[in-house]
Design a protein around this ligand. Sequence first.
Ligand SMILES: *[C@@H]1O[C@H](CO)[C@@H](O)[C@H](O)[C@H]1NC(C)=O
Ligand SMILES: *[C@@H]1O[C@H](CO)[C@@H](O)[C@H](O)[C@H]1NC(C)=O
Ligand SMILES: *[C@@H]1O[C@H](CO)[C@@H](O)[C@H](O)[C@H]1NC(C)=O
Length: 756
Amino acid sequence: MEGPQSVSLVLLLPLLLPLGPAWPVAAQRCPPTCVCDNPRRHVACWHQNLTEVPDAVPELTQRLDLQGNLLKVIPPAAFRDLPYLTHLDLRHCQVELVAEGAFRGLGRLQILNLASNRLSSLPQEALDGLGSLQRLDLERNVLEELRPGTFGALGALTTLNLAHNALVYLPAMTFQGLPRARWLRLSHNALSVLDPEALAGLPALRRLSLQHNELQALPGLALSQARALARLELGHNPFTYVGEEDGLALPGLRELTLEHGALQALDARAFARCPRLHTLDLRGNQLDTVPPLQGPGQLRRLRLHGNPLWCGCRARPLLEWLARARVHSDGACRGPRRLGGEALDALRPSDLRCPGGAEEEEELAAAWARTPPGGLGHGEDGADGTAVPCPPGCVCASESRHSGCESRGLRAVPRGFPSHTQLLDLRRNHFPSVPRAAFPGLGGLVSLHLQHCGIAELEAGALAGLASLIYLYLSDNRLAGLSAAALEGAPRLAYLYLERNRFQRVPGTALRALPGLFSLHLQHNAVERLEPGDLAGSQALRWLYLSANRISHVSPGAIGPAPDLEKLYLDRNQLQGVPTVALEGLPTLLELQLSGNPLRALPDGAFRPVGGSLQHLFLNSSGLEQISPRAFSGLGPWLQSLHLQKNQLQAMPALPHLSQLELIDLSGNPFHCDCQLLPLHRWVLSWNPHPSWAQQLLSIEPLPPPPMRQLNTSRGEGPARASDRPPGSRKCMGLGVDFFGAGFPHPCSGNAVLPG
Ligand SMILES: *[C@@H]1O[C@H](CO)[C@@H](O)[C@H](O)[C@H]1NC(C)=O
Ligand SMILES: *[C@@H]1O[C@H](CO)[C@@H](O)[C@H](O)[C@H]1NC(C)=O
Ligand SMILES: *[C@@H]1O[C@H](CO)[C@@H](O)[C@H](O)[C@H]1NC(C)=O
């Protein structure tokens, strides 16, 4: 471990000298199991089987090293008697729990090392009180999830190390409250999904380490939130392609590493919005060529070593670009034979020929036959060049452990993939029915892609033997149902994608076979109702996506069996009211999407059952005409965003209890700027969210020009309502920003009726 906290015993021992005069008498004690270097105010108690912080540590101690003990739990205020601590080392202490407020009183602590413990989660307030902390090490624990706000008290933190944990996804705002963080280490986790807002709130982040994760696509939008990034490490992830559509836009990025991934192709504009990119590391991928990259005009170093580059005429543009743009590259040619092993940099464009002689033509044909359809050629490539088994017409890359036969017009699932395959891609073939034991010998398979395969049925036992399967993609098929028997055999399945099929009901019975189901995607089906039992057995479900179905009814108790549900997407359905009763029993719901339903009105207490947890509420485009004064009562201090844009609201109550609100979108409503709106106006003026967020996120825009009768401010002259409107109310139409900046334009008379 680097870092000043690793004071070694060798350094410490010679310093056990007579106590300096500065060390107060009261502090001249030392716990029997420890070594005290009093002049330097260091105390080390290593490998002593201590189960709690020892008594009698001198109060003025600045560095306390407790490595290798058996603390197991850090109770509240465990270090309250040591207010001068700056360095605290708790590595290898078998810590399983850090209680809320464990470090309270350590306002001077700069470095906290909790690496190599057994933490699987961190309570919300575990890190409270550490306002001076600069470096937090949580490496080599077993953290599976992080809740937004976990690090919210660490305003001085510069380095956060979360490497070697078990993180699977990062929710929005995970790192909120870290304005000074410069380096975030997330390598060696199991991250497959980053919420687009996962990295929001990291304005100073310069370096991000995400290598050795399970990213299935480059999370460009999420990464682009960290605008100040200069160095981004994404190697050893399983994504196969990077394109402009991934949305990577990092104006200050200098170095990007994508080494030893599974890249098969790169779009010329993949890094078009990273104009300052200087070094791009693509070593050890599956690229047979790279297009001249557009955009990163400062690129100087392109590392291509270990890719199967084909130095035929198709590589000429690459070579010409490397020379023209003065980019140094280190790749070598895999073929054709006469150039095999040649350094790319050493060739001239004229060396790269299209097959002329019959011999080279044959050679190229042979290379392509071993390699895949779609032209991204490279078949098997065992380390020593020996072939690994692979069904005809498929590609099996041994290093990345990906196999696939995408768009091959196959009518049956092929057999004979290498047993080490982790990702199998069979998209765009035709398998009307997937038979029993269709994937033999693939006990290590993690991700199975079966999109666009015309599948109408999974037979019983179809997934037999897929003991490691976590991701199953069945989107864009013709499934109307699923049986438990079909899903048995994949007990670890966590992500099930069923979008754009023909489900009329949630396949509740089948889900019982998936005790670990985490995320269920059923968007764009034909589900009409949610009934009790639909989610029975989905104890572990966290995310449920039912957007764009035809749901008009959610029965009480239909969702209740998923007690850990965090996201519920019911947007773009046919709900005519908020399904308040059905929201009971969801104590951890964070995000509720109800936009695009014909809700029309919100009655009092509509969200009360989820008030204790809800953070994001979407009610935009819901035809809302009316909001009862107490519609949002029960929604507590957790609520961070409230989307009410594009409704028909003319008035709106104030929301004084929503103290943590960071975003409220009221745009696109035909608000009437009369006294009814005064409480809201006052509330907005007094509303003081996180100062830095308020301005950026307060998304209140003026309407497009309203009809003339509303715009005409001449008293008594316009038709309709113009006569009610005093001079100046123009600013108010649509609740424009002006409305909030300027004073309330309407001099309300005493007898106006104020709601709420
Ligand atoms: C700690 O406990 C282990 C196992 O009981 C024992 O072998 C070891 O000697 C103990 N160490 C100390 C310093 O007591
Ligand atoms: C509601 O607003 C959110 C955030 O702006 C947006 O992503 C979503 O598509 C909107 N829903 C509808 C139905 O327009
Ligand atoms: C407002 O109404 C008056 C009377 O109808 C009309 O003369 C005037 O042009 C209108 N102003 C605008 C901006 O339309």
